[in-house]
Design a protein around this ligand. Structure first.
Ligand SMILES: [Mg+2]
Length: 363
């Protein structure tokens, strides 16, 4: 089998978060960017991947189209380890994080989709077997920054059956209010996206301690300051990080100093399924729990679902709490009662709908 084409497809789907400013990672937006990767073969098998994403999607698309795709044409797609090693080595001097690695990630996911389809096995069966057929999903609320929209969406998520709810707030008044709204029985996580100095983070942990936070995510700027995270972690609040790491060795450095309780590799950013599996193994060796980061709705979401289903310790899957004009890859991206099933069809288990591509493709 040989690769005959590698194509990127940028979709833009209107979305709404139910109030507050519309933004992802500080970037104002009303359209969700989804960057698909389609790899076709001479055997008639097509693989789908997803590369990160959101505001950086146009840059990632250029990388795949101009730098990665030419290396793949004519190659055997089932030789994933060797192929990814070659691509990574050829690209390394252009950067070991950011759009280059995001591009590699999207391609790697598509190659695993092909491998699963060729073997007629779902991805989870290719990577060791699912421990569970259904996963809890957590509602990952975006930052509202104000009381009324936050309260409304917290109540809505709880009514919809989510047992894990994550905030992206940094104002401690709003975080305290959220615990009051949710009550003691829903697990509440707080994702801050790297806002504080180590001293500010220490003070915040003291203030938030009574709220029984399930994990505090990326409290310190910059995300590379693993030593400061390790010192903060000594205060006893569970800390998580990893969505901004560049690969296996970034995670190893994080684990070696004891920076996190929970590692959050992001499959569309970290180098794909191949790299994510290595990180899972190293995390296990350090006694660190893995809960994948998953801020996307395409093949990356499906890959995260398969990977999380194979983890020994249950990992709730992240689902951005937003309404999309059309939900791609349903039913898997549409949790019911805070849960979603693990795909059982070969590969990732769900191809994109061609009509959806025709309607939302912009590039
Ligand atoms: Mg996060």
């Amino acid at each position: 089998m040989r690769i005959t084409s590698v194509e990127t497809i940028l979709l833009q789907i209107p979305y709404d978060i139910g109030g507050g400013p519309k933004a992802i990672a500080g970037h104002p937006a009303t359209m969700l960017n989804i960057l698909l990767v389609r790899i076709q073969t001479d055997a008639g098998i097509t693989g789908w991947g997803e590369a990160f994403g959101h505001a950086v999607a146009p840059a990632t698309k250029l990388v795949i189209d101009n730098m990665i795709a030419p290396m793949l044409i004519g190659r055997d797609p089932t030789d994933i380890t060797a192929l990814m090693s070659e691509v990574n080595r050829n690209l390394h001097l252009f950067g070991r994080n950011g759009p280059l690695v995001y591009g590699v990630s999207g391609v790697d996911i598509a190659l695993w989709d092909i491998a699963g389809k060729r073997a007629r096995l779902p991805l989870h069966a290719m990577i060791g077997g699912a421990v569970r057929k259904e996963l809890p999903v957590y509602a990952s609320l975006l930052r509202y920054g104000e009381t009324s929209a936050l309260e409304k969406n917290l109540r809505l998520a709880a009514e919809q059956g989510y047992r894990y709810i994550k905030l992206h707030e940094v104002n401690p008044d709003l975080i305290e209010m959220s615990r009051d709204v949710l009550g003691p029985d829903i697990e509440m996580m707080v994702d801050t996206n790297c806002p504080w100095t180590p001293a500010q983070a220490c003070a915040m942990v003291e203030r938030l301690r009574p709220l029984n936070i399930y994990w505090l995510e990326e409290p310190i700027w910059p995300p590379e300051d693993h030593a400061a995270m390790a010192r903060l972690r000594a205060k006893g609040m569970p800390l998580s990080a990893g969505e901004n790491a560049g690969g296996l060795h970034d995670f190893r450095k994080m684990f070696e100093v004891g920076a996190v309780d929970i590692a959050q590799p992001s499959v569309t950013k970290i180098g794909g399924i191949t790299e994510a599996l290595k990180i899972n193994a190293v995390a296990e060796s350090f006694g660190v729990r893995v809960v994948p980061h998953c801020a996307y709705f395409g093949p990356g979401y499906l890959a995260s679902l398969h990977i999380a289903a194979c983890l020994e310790q249950e990992a709730p899957l992240e689902r951005l709490y937003m309404n999309l004009e059309t939900a791609p890859f349903s039913p898997f991206t549409l949790p019911r009662h805070g849960k979603t099933s693990v795909p059982q069809e070969p590969g990732l288990g769900c191809d994109p709908d061609e009509a959806l591509i025709a309607r939302y493709r912009v590039n």
